[in-house]
Design a protein around this ligand. Structure first.
Ligand SMILES: Cc1cc2nc3c(=O)[nH]c(=O)nc-3n(C[C@H](O)[C@H](O)[C@H](O)COP(=O)(O)OP(=O)(O)OC[C@H]3O[C@@H](n4cnc5c(N)ncnc54)[C@H](O)[C@@H]3O)c2cc1C
Length: 284
């Protein structure tokens, strides 16, 4: 019996796709905050994707990914019924969720997917969840309907003003915090500059702020150290100590530098794949 079969595939926004995978063992154990490591081809790299949702009854997990390079492009080629070569998880610590009152969950770009799972966890714990989501443009916004099922407030911004409020999620966040001094916690998932900006906004308010980091990971289980980050002056491994950390303590400058470490190799890899595709197209 295959362990991880792709059940459904859908393009949900721009180059962002949603896949539902039948993986009962992972679905049963997965909690908000967890991710999986996957491999699509025998010679391919292992790479992490966050579990955006689970269906315990059906034994499925939902992943949402943006096609940015070779591995995500290879994943995009799979079709419903295909088996994933490797799928390992759930990995990472569960989100620390307690009943605390009103929580703001901020999601930017593809980070909206991971934020969805955290927001759902907070809702299930009895918290009042305010969701703030943002993207560059309207066509990149997704999960609006899914979030509105359990978030009594859903605020949307786009950089170009094509949907929701024109501007950044942080502008909506400041307004919302000022309106309500009872907010207990802010969670943010998205591009690193966005999470850094969220942490800057909440700091003067003394508001607990958790960010979910996307450091480059090789094994995802704490052996290689590639995903190390500095948090409060201490070295942490995003895969086993995180991926969620106190946003006020993360060294974002170092994180941004480390995310650029393999830029050259990533470009070579995607160019090689394109050349192979073009050669194959020319032959057929
Ligand atoms: C805990 C965690 C959860 C993540 N969840 C999601 C998610 O739900 N959806 C999503 O679209 N993306 C997610 N990412 C990022 C995703 O892993 C990368 O986009 C993917 O690995 C890119 O691989 P590529 O070969 O397509 O692109 P490449 O051309 O190899 O890389 C493009 C960019 O992706 C990032 N990246 C590359 N390799 C890795 C790696 N092994 N680990 C982490 N980042 C890498 C780097 O920033 C890089 O510059 C997550 C990352 C982490 C660490």
């Amino acid at each position: 019996m295959p362990q991880a079969v792709l059940e459904k595939y859908a393009l949900i926004a721009g180059q962002t796709s949603k896949i539902i995978i039948h993986a009962p063992d992972i679905a049963r154990k997965a909690r908000p905050g967890n991710f999986v490591m996957l491999r699509v081809t025998e010679t391919g790299e292992r790479f992490p994707l966050t579990i955006a949702d689970t269906d315990h009854d059906r034994g499925t997990i939902t992943l949402v990914y943006l096609v940015v390079g070779k591995s995500t492009a290879l994943l995009e080629r799979l079709e419903a019924g295909d088996e994933l070569l490797d799928l390992c998880g759930p990995l990472g610590k569960n989100t620390a969720i307690e009943k605390s009152g009103t929580v703001i969950c901020v999601g930017g770009g593809t980070g909206i997917a991971a934020m969805h799972h955290l927001a759902k966890g907070h809702h299930q714990a009895g918290n009042h969840v305010i969701a703030i989501i943002g993207a560059r443009s309207k066509n990149l916004i997704f999960f609006e309907q899914e979030l509105s099922l359990f978030c009594p407030e859903l605020l949307i911004s786009t950089d170009d003003g094509s949907y929701g409020t024109k501007g950044l999620v942080t502008e909506l966040l400041i307004e919302r915090i000022k309106k309500d001094p009872t907010i207990s916690e802010v969670m943010a998932v998205g591009p690193v500059p966005m999470m850094e900006a969220v942490a800057k906004v909440t700091k003067p308010f003394g508001l607990k702020t958790i960010v979910s980091l996307n450091s480059i990971m090789i094994d995802g289980v704490g052996m290689c150290g590639a995903c190390r980050v500095t948090v409060g002056g201490e070295t942490k491994f995003t895969c086993v100590d995180g991926p969620e950390f106190d946003g006020h303590l993360v060294d974002f400058t170092e994180l941004k530098q480390r995310l650029r470490a393999f830029r050259e190799q990533e470009l070579i890899s995607i160019n090689q794949m394109r050349q192979i595709q073009e050669a194959a197209a020319a032959v057929s």
